[in-house]
Design a protein around this ligand. Structure first.
Ligand code: CXF
Ligand code: ZN
Length: 372
């Protein structure tokens, strides 16, 4: 049976998102119908709106959804109707990356997440009898209902039964990316210094995770002093404004160099300065969205002789289910207090929520779309 829903349609950056009636397709065997309760807004949604990523427009975006399962296909085991779930990115489950639990590097990432259709080419959403681009990150959660998949759904553990879905929603992208970069990709060791460049959701999650890992000192760098104050609240031991020669201050603080630098800005001059701060065996993690034309330049001798690593990181090397549950447990224990980043907006306020993110006023806007 098809499902009637309301979805926020993105036409591009010359028009606001508008909420319009749509129809969701019948479920395939590996799919779940989720009534969306909340969805975070991530910079990747806005990169698609701005045509910086190869996702066809118009499209229904939203990839930090959480909700309640209404129906499941007959091959679904991850959750059942009535379960509270969080949605994340989708993957194929059987390429060489998926085979080693590295689905963020899925060889078939595009058809499963960004093609506007299901991976088999069929539309998951119709509008006025015509196919509508959807299945964004295997969900398209800027809508009252979403079709998700066995591999991008996590059942909320019973231990988190009291945590509202509007709090859990954003865990499936930006938070996972920053925390995973520290805990899974770079595997930050206790006692080593780290500097995090950029204190948006990903950088803040990295700072909280660096504290969990026992990194010391934990240095936040940004050009926004309010963000730097929040970074200190969340675990940064030091905070430097990028406009005040932060590299010199970091050298003074850590003359032996840093074990880790983590860039969320995507600005190549920032990355090159950060790389120069590394100690021998240091790792430079790169996650920021950069200009596709940019190249990085490193000194070859220092790179080789110091045994340094430059590491591209996608999605914090998350394996979805286990890692998101681990983060939920950290949150319940008070070690991952990311609620400080969130401000909620109603679904109808989607354009105001986006403006609040782009002005820098709100770190993580979350749309409340339904009730629990
Ligand atoms: C994604 C990138 C690909 C893996 C999952 C997370 N980032 C979205 O904003
Ligand atoms: Zn995202």
């Amino acid at each position: 049976m098809t499902t009637q829903a309301q979805a926020a349609i993105c036409y591009g950056n010359d028009r606001p998102f508008t909420i319009e009636p749509v129809e969701l397709a019948d479920l395939k065997p590996d799919e779940l119908l989720v009534r969306v309760v909340a969805c975070g807004i991530c910079h990747t949604d806005l990169a698609v709106r701005d045509a910086q990523l190869p996702v066809p427009l118009p499209v229904v975006l939203g990839h930090e959804g959480a909700g309640i399962v209404e129906a499941v296909g007959n091959a679904v085991t991850v959750a059942k109707p009535g379960d509270r779930v969080v949605m994340s990115f989708n993957s194929c489950g059987d390429c060489p990356s998926c085979a080693v639990d590295a689905p963020t590097y899925c060889y078939n990432f595009y058809p499963h997440n960004w093609s506007g259709r299901r991976a088999d080419g069929t539309p998951s959403m119709m509008r006025g009898g015509e196919p509508m681009n959807a299945n964004f990150f295997g969900q398209s959660s800027f809508a009252t209902h979403a079709i998700a998949h066995e591999l991008n759904v996590v059942r909320v553990p019973d231990s988190a039964a009291q945590v509202p879905l509007e709090r859990l929603a954003p865990i499936g992208c930006g938070l996972m990316t920053g925390a995973g970069a520290v805990l899974r990709s770079m595997k930050v060791r206790a006692g080593l210094p780290i500097a995090v460049f950029g204190t948006g959701t990903v950088g803040m999650a990295a700072i909280m995770a660096a504290k969990i890992a026992g990194a010391d000192p934990i240095i936040a760098v940004d050009v926004n002093d309010e963000r730097l104050a929040l970074a200190r609240d969340l675990g940064a031991t030091h905070a430097f404004n990028g406009r005040d020669d932060a590299p010199a201050k970091i050298r003074e603080l850590c003359p032996g160099g840093l074990g880790y630098v983590f860039d969320t800005t995507g600005i190549n001059t920032v990355i090159e300065q950060a790389w120069d701060l590394l100690a021998p065996k240091g790792i430079c993690g790169i996650v920021g969205a950069s200009d596709p034309a940019d190249n990085l330049t490193f000194n070859e001798a220092a790179f080789m002789a110091g045994g340094r690593t430059v590491m591209g990181i996608l999605g914090g090397d998350s394996d979805v289910g286990p890692f998101l549950c681990e983060l939920i447990e950290h949150h319940l224990a008070g070690r991952f207090p990311y609620e400080a980043l969130i401000e909620t907006f109603s679904f109808e306020q989607i354009n105001e929520a986006i403006a609040a993110s782009e002005s820098g006023r709100v770190v993580k806007p979350v749309l409340v779309i339904g009730t629990e």
